[in-house]
Design a protein around this ligand. Structure first.
Ligand code: PEP
Ligand code: MG
Length: 571
């Protein structure tokens, strides 16, 4: 009998194949009172060492992928953290108990702290702690295989269904030719979901109770975009999805043909199309789609999963890699935007967990030790390539003055040390706080360029937390207030004769590209995965027609009507 199950689609793509269900045996953990406590501590320490060895082993097996390495490294870091390695030893001594029990007590303690956090990104990190603990517990229970706790060997061309999967499992999946996966637990921001997207494996998480409805060897269709699983689909459904799969393949092949062609509208207007990156290694993806410039380099990822902030030279080395990969192309390096949903694991930057709090430039101005090494590195890098510096979340003019004064101080320092930099390095800000978007006409004369960050601009304009699934339905790029802010910023930048770009996700969304062109946007910076799709839409656009329809959209208040007009726009 065919059946449909719904979860959260976290990595798009369609997969059709036989299912392999992974049932993990639940580990029974009971308390034992021991007399030989020293031996138990040694047993625990050996288990931690073996867990480390397992992770190192996985790291060696996987292809070079920055996201993946980072996740494995974050688990390795936890194995060095006293909370997971020293405290359980103290507990063994204190209670004369077995290692499994001590570790479980400590794990419960840590996960309770995570449970009390409202931030979805942080609460998803609880999952990582649990996965590391399970790894050690399994070793303590005698599963001492150095390879990995889940063997994916022999499962090529199957779809994996599991209660939960660790990032390490996900990595091995791609290596073993697994088609897709679905899990009962997990959310959009879990590391496993992020990895699936980065590795291009269709994936659905948060299915709740799916395993009772799926038998070994059932045929499944996974629609990773819609978050739907079809179990034992009928002929009609199978045929429909096979066609869609073929269409997607064909679409990708067609898109790759425009890789080297210019980005220009049908009526001959050239459009700037750059890419967004998080790591220097992302340049591989940018080059694959023929990208020649980076419009947003999110540098905060260098700060994550580590004990201390990066030093100036480390920043510099990372920028240099991007500059070299671009071979003369421009890179817009955005200064640190930590806080809100982007947290670091350690205390070198704390108290920055609110979207309205000490985030991004506010945090940097509050902590010059964090900010100055990065500014120095960007300035030094500017001597070696087409580097532009961009400041996130600017809210007031005074902030801008403060930043400019620090930069001028640093320039003097560099001059004194005879270190090269580009004195004319373009300096810009992001428009992501409505207050600044409204004042674009006032701020534009003071900067060299502007970039609209719609992810935050929408969040702050509509007063909805961008990470909160409960209010996700209100996250509306077509809200008239958002459209007005975007138009206002583009118009003001034009009058001031300052280039304006958009690097928020709205620019990468195929639904909005024509609308944005109609609003006057002439520069986009997009996710490399969507680069060619956006390029194709631009190359098929006629600006004259778009401008007329866009004016109509701007005069409409009903969302339904706007959606209809957008559809016409995209025809
Ligand atoms: C944005 O807010 O649109 C943006 C590009 O920045 P981030 O997503 O990194 O906050
Ligand atoms: Mg932002």
């Amino acid at each position: 009998m065919s059946l449909t199950l719904h979860g959260i689609g976290v990595s798009k793509g369609i997969a059709i194949g036989k299912v392999h269900v992974i049932h993990r045996d639940t580990l029974e953990i009971s308390r034992k009172t021991l007399t030989k406590v020293d031996a138990e501590v040694t047993r625990f320490k050996n288990a931690v060492d073996l867990a480390r060895q397992q992770l190192e082993n996985i790291k060696e097996q996987i292809p070079q992928n920055a996201d993946v390495i980072t996740f494995i490294d974050s688990h390795l870091l936890m194995l060095d953290d006293s909370l997971l390695t020293k405290v359980p030893v103290d507990l063994i001594y204190e209670h004369s108990c077995n290692a499994e029990w001590a570790l479980q007590m400590q794990c419960d303690e840590i996960t309770q702290i995570f449970d009390n956090m409202e931030d979805p990104y942080l609460s998803a990190r609880k999952n990582d702690v649990e996965q590391v603990v399970i790894r050690i517990q399994r070793i303590l229970h005698g599963h001492t295989d150095v390879e990995s706790e889940t063997t994916m060997a022999g499962l090529a061309n199957t779809i994996i269904l599991a209660d939960d999967l660790s990032p390490a499992d996900t990595v091995l999946m791609q290596h073993q030719g697994i088609l897709a996966f679905a899990t009962e637990f997990g959310g959009t921001t879990s590391h496993t979901a992020i990895l699936a997207r980065s590795l291009g494996i269709p994936a659905i998480v948060g299915l709740r109770r799916a395993t009772p409805y799926i038998k070994v060897d059932d045929t499944l269709i996974i629609d990773g975009e819609q978050g739907i699983i079809f179990v034992s689909p009928d002929e009609h459904c199978l045929h429909h999805y096979q066609n869609r799969q073929n269409e997607q393949k064909h679409f990708r092949a067609v898109l790759s043909k425009i890789k080297s062609s210019p980005t220009v509208t049908r009526d001959g207007v050239p459009i700037t199309l750059h890419a967004n990156i998080e790591f220097p290694e992302d340049m591989d993806a940018v080059k694959r789609v023929g990208g020649k410039g980076v419009g947003l380099y999110r540098t905060e990822f260098l700060f994550m999963n580590r004990h201390s902030p990066p030093e100036e030279d480390e920043h510099f080395e990372a920028y240099l890699k991007v500059i070299n990969a671009l071979q003369g192309g421009p890179v817009t390096i955005r200064t640190l935007d930590l806080g809100a949903d982007k947290q670091v694991s350690d205390s070198h930057v704390t108290n920055c967990n609110s979207a309205l709090g000490l985030r991004a430039i506010r945090l940097c101005l509050n902590n010059s030790q964090l900010f100055k090494p990065q500014l120095r590195a960007i300035l030094r890098a500017s001597a070696l390539g087409q580097v532009r510096m961009m400041i996130p979340m600017v809210t007031g003019f005074q902030e801008l003055e403060q930043v400019l004064s620090i930069i001028s101080e640093i320039r003097k320092e560099l001059q004194k040390k005879s270190l090269d930099f580009n004195p004319n390095m373009p300096f810009g800000i992001m428009l992501e706080v409505p207050a600044m978007a409204i004042c674009t006409d006032l701020i534009a004369p003071n900067v060299d360029f502007l970039s609209v960050g719609t992810n935050d601009l929408i969040q702050y304009t509509l007063a909805i937390d961008r990470g909160d699934e409960a209010v996700n339905y209100l996250y509306d790029p077509l809200h008239p207030a958002v459209l007005r802010l975007i138009k206002m910023s583009i118009d003001a930048a034009k009058i001031a004769d300052k280039p304006i770009s958009m690097c928020g996700e709205m620019a990468s969304d195929s639904h909005y590209v024509k609308l944005l062109l109609g609003l006057g946007l002439r520069s986009f910076s997009v996710n490399p995965e969507l680069f060619l799709e956006v390029k194709q839409i631009i190359n098929n656009s006629n600006l004259k027609n778009l401008t007329k329809l866009t004016n109509q959209i701007m005069a409409t208040t009903s969302s339904a009507k706007i959606t209809k007009l957008i559809k016409n726009l995209n025809l």
